[in-house]
Design a protein around this ligand. Structure first.
Ligand SMILES: [Zn+2]
Length: 332
């Protein structure tokens, strides 16, 4: 009986904070003007509980790159090839919410960050998207008048889809493995940092450097945008730390192996290993070319060697073509 009375007394002294029906600016003001750390903890915990129990769960979805082959073209050889590729599916995520409250919007941001940076099934890379859009792009080129041989067309589409599979595999493997619960442990201190660093709009209005807030934006819009922006920056910094990258440097992906590399200038394209391999490849090619040119000169003796040199030249061109095709496939 005494224990129950103690609990009741405690509840009376520290009222349970519930922020489900509150505006974000009210929560932040309560946090800012809280009497002590335990009150701040209670407010922040309630804020997190509302976020984690929010119905806006992260959702993977299958999207489709679709087009329809014109009826008058569907029975042609090229039309049939395009028709077979008129539905290309890929895994994506629900990236927007139709709700307008702070809880759904911030939760959506948290969901999106996980999908983009940690979910191995989801790849949003521009090159990957361009590759899987190849059949659609070629179809619209075809109906605009660019005719392609059916065999070449099949090869182009097969190569693009094959490359997209390889690229997705590479990019997925490079994503850090983090379960949803581990991710929440990473993101929670960032949210707390937002609460600590957030300047209330009243305080901001008093400072000289503040710009006036547009009338159509509510205080909650401003705070929500601030938290979402901060989370993006914090998670990028955290990822750089995890990957052993420097904080204030710009990184891009190597055009061949897709590893992250520091961008040192506008011409940075490859990691040191791929750049070296490319140089070796070019050296080999140019040595081979020089050797063949020399041979052709020797054989260019008129009359007898003319046919032989033409034959060798053809062989050389064929070899170059095979080499280029092999190179393109192998290096993607
Ligand atoms: Zn590379």
């Amino acid at each position: 009986m005494n224990i129950l009375a103690d609990i009741m007394n405690l509840k009376r002294r520290i009222p349970m904070y519930n922020c489900n029906d509150m505006y974000l600016y009210e929560i932040l003001e309560d946090y800012k003007y809280a009497e002590d750390i335990s009150e701040k903890d209670a407010i922040f915990d309630a804020f997190c509980s509302a976020l984690w129990s929010c119905g806006n769960n992260r959702t993977r979805m299958t999207k489709t790159i679709r087009y329809r082959v014109r009826n008058d073209l569907i029975n042609t050889e090229t039309g049939k090839i395009f028709d077979a590729w008129s539905d290309v599916e890929y895994t994506y995520y629900r990236s927007m919410t139709d709700k307008d409250n702070w809880c759904d919007i911030i939760r959506q941001k948290i969901n999106n960050i996980y999908s983009v940076y940690f979910d191995p099934e989801i790849v949003v890379d521009k090159e990957y998207m361009q590759l899987i859009k190849t059949p659609k792009r070629l179809y619209y080129e075809w109906i605009s008048g660019i005719d392609t041989d059916p065999e070449v067309l099949t090869g182009l589409i097969d190569d693009a889809i094959d490359s997209s599979v390889q690229l997705k595999k590479k990019l997925s493997m490079q994503k850090p493995r983090l379960s949803w619960d581990e991710y929440l442990n990473v993101i929670t201190p960032f949210l707390r940092k937002c609460f600590e660093n957030c300047r209330l709009t009243d305080e901001a209005a008093e400072t000289e450097d503040s710009s006036p807030q547009p009338e159509f934006l509510s205080e909650d819009h401003v705070y929500t945008a601030y938290i979402c922006r901060s989370l993006s920056g914090d998670i990028k910094r955290w990822l750089k730390q995890q990957l052993g990258l420097k904080e204030h440097r710009h990184y891009i992906r190597c055009h061949i192996c897709k590893r992250l590399i520091e961008k040192k200038g506008s011409r940075t394209m490859y990691c040191p290993e791929c750049r070296h391999a490319r140089q070796l490849e070019w050296q080999r090619m140019s040595m081979m070319k020089n050797a063949v040119v020399k041979l052709l000169k020797i054989l260019s003796n008129p009359h007898r060697c003319c046919t032989a040199s033409t034959f060798l030249l053809r062989i050389f061109h064929m070899w170059i073509q095979c080499r280029t095709m092999w190179h393109t496939k192998a290096w993607r």
